[in-house]
Design a binder for this molecule. Sequence first.
Ligand SMILES: Cc1cc2nc3c(=O)[nH]c(=O)nc-3n(C[C@H](O)[C@H](O)[C@H](O)COP(=O)(O)O)c2cc1C
Length: 231
Amino acid sequence: MQQGEIAKIVDQVIRERRSVRGFLPTTISSEVILEILDVAARAPSGTNTQPWQAIVVTGAKKEDLSRELVETALDPARDADHSQEYSYYPDRWIPPYIDRRRKVGYDLYGLLGIEKGDKEAMERQFARNYTFFGAPVGLFFTIDRVMGQGSWLDYGMFLQNVMIAAKARGLDTCPQAAFCKYHRIIARHLEITPERMLVCGMALGYEDTSLVENSLRTERESAANFTRFID
Ligand SMILES: Cc1cc2nc3c(=O)[nH]c(=O)nc-3n(C[C@H](O)[C@H](O)[C@H](O)COP(=O)(O)O)c2cc1C
């Protein structure tokens, strides 16, 4: 294949990947899941440490876990018992990040017809995270606690590869930090040992194109606006 054609295909897969929040129940074989994880593991990592570990949850185990997570998320008394293990977001928000965060929220809730201030509807939509938005496959990713900050950088590359390899096979994903708050429940259901930390979850499946939330398209700053050339 010519270089130009390769670039076109790779760019297209990268551009077409997006977070999907509504899936068809169509199942995915373990072989395909392993193929995706195998190619994703070609991600670089400092001194080839490969700090990733994946758990694939399907069927009744996934249903059980989802049930407890949704119940917990929607019950303030039970929810109060849980907290994040690592801070994904800054303690103090500043522009332009806060503006971008708000925009994606307004856009998603806008598509769903959820009015600003309708906390209950927002919480219900957020709780859909815990059923993997209907995806047949739930992925969880863990890291050994001894690993340093650099390994989290490696992890991000691996996760992007998972999403790109899935997209190249006609599958969609949603990376999900929403699970992190309930790491104790997840550890109990999936027998995650204490020396490992939950990095995030991820929904994997075929997009339900009939759902309005999947028409969300997020924006990006152009490279010229975040890049400086120094000669
Ligand atoms: C590590 C990570 C965690 C995320 N967690 C969630 C989540 O819990 N729920 C969700 O709906 N989207 C989640 N997202 C998706 C982001 O909202 C999304 O990537 C961003 O808005 C850009 O949109 P796009 O992925 O469609 O390009 C997460 C993304 C990343 C990279």
